[in-house]
Design a protein around this ligand. Structure first.
Ligand code: UDP
Ligand code: MG
Length: 315
């Protein structure tokens, strides 16, 4: 009852795949020696529509050692989040717990033992791998990433600071993950919504040894934007606040303009015009804000997220 599946999304990773496979196989072997996972635990590669030799390498690995290496190939590139989700989807009945890790081995594989210990010792069903520091990231990546996490938290999206998609989850947690039917996947936001006992394990993040990051600036911005718009109605709410702000401003300025009008220090017609513009501006913002409130409701309904998730029942 402790079969581990390690899920690895791969997109054009021919340069590092072999080394990654050996490294993770070693980890698996080590954990089996310590009797922390069963002998039939396995590594599951998800080829996310690679155009290089990635699938060929996965097939060869499977040929050499079909017990350890298994694989799934997507029909085209669907993106990192979908590759992780797909890997979990196709293994959900084939294992008892799951670890997802990137193919470039920037995340320290030794943390997996920590994940398992958190599960065995404390009953933690979701364990987040969190990088201690970003010493190996460029200054640019560090600052943009920090800004991203801060912005998400500010928008009310609950995510674990400095946690990417290196995590452990129990079978029960994964089963409940599939109650989230949303198409715009942002797993870092969804996992905290599943609940159960969770924990974080810290590790050092290394440099990418081979190949290059598949997350350029454009992809990073679109990912961040996806995260915010998939989890937060704050941008919609913003207009209600804006309208209130403009309303207060228009009252203050309106009084001031009227005073200037009565003491004769203004051009004819200007006072009424200025007050009208301010008033209509705030009215329009209020209208947009109210529409936003309704849209926010529709948005939540269309996601059809689970209303509750059962932990246990006494009956
Ligand atoms: N990846 C994927 N599909 C994509 C882009 C990336 O499956 O469209 C995989 C990639 O092979 C790697 C992981 O997602 O295993 C993370 O990508 P990367 O290391 O390039 O991102 P970074 O660590 O720079 O954020
Ligand atoms: Mg990486």
């Amino acid at each position: 009852m402790n079969k581990l599946a390690i899920i690895i999304p791969c997109y054009n990773e021919e340069e590092c795949l072999l080394e990654t496979a050996q490294e993770i196989k070693k980890t698996l072997f080590n954990l089996q020696e310590k009797l922390k996972i069963s002998q039939d635990s396995f590594i599951y590669f998800v080829d996310d529509g690679s155009v290089d030799k990635t699938w060929e390498i996965i097939s060869n690995l499977h040929k050499q050692d079909s017990k350890t290496f298994k694989g799934l190939k997507f029909s085209r590139n669907f993106g990192h989040q979908n590759a992780v989700f797909g890997g979990l989807f196709y293994t959900k009945e084939k294992a008892d717990f799951f670890v997802t890790i990137d193919a470039d081995l920037q995340d320290d594989v030794l943390a997996i033992e920590g994940f398992l210990d958190a599960f065995y010792n404390n009953g933690s069903e979701i364990v987040y791998g969190v990088r201690k520091k970003r010493a190996t990231d460029t200054f640019f990546k560090k600052t943009t990433a920090r800004f991203f996490y801060k912005l998400m938290l500010f928008m009310g999206v609950k995510i674990v600071y400095n946690h990417a998609d290196y995590r452990f989850a129990s079978k029960r947690a994964i089963e409940n993950l599939f109650l989230f039917n949303e198409v715009n996947l942002f797993l870092r936001g969804i996992f905290p919504l599943i609940g159960f006992k969770t924990e974080t394990v810290f590790y050092d993040r290394k440099e990418r040894k081979f190949g290059e990051s598949k997350y350029g600036l454009k992809k990073m911005i679109s990912f961040a934007w996806d995260g915010i718009t998939s989890f937060s109605v704050a941008p919609l709410r913003f207009f209600v606040f804006l309208s209130l702000l403009i309303l207060i401003l228009s009252i203050i300025l309106g009084v001031y303009f009227l005073i200037r009008y009565f003491i004769g220090k203004t051009i004819t017609g200007w006072t009424s015009l200025a007050i009208l513009i301010l008033f209509l501006g705030s009215l329009q913002c209020l209208g947009i804000g109210i529409l936003g409130e309704y849209m926010g409701k529709i948005y939540k309904e269309t996601k059809a997220r689970p209303r509750f998730i059962k932990d246990m029942e006494l009956f």
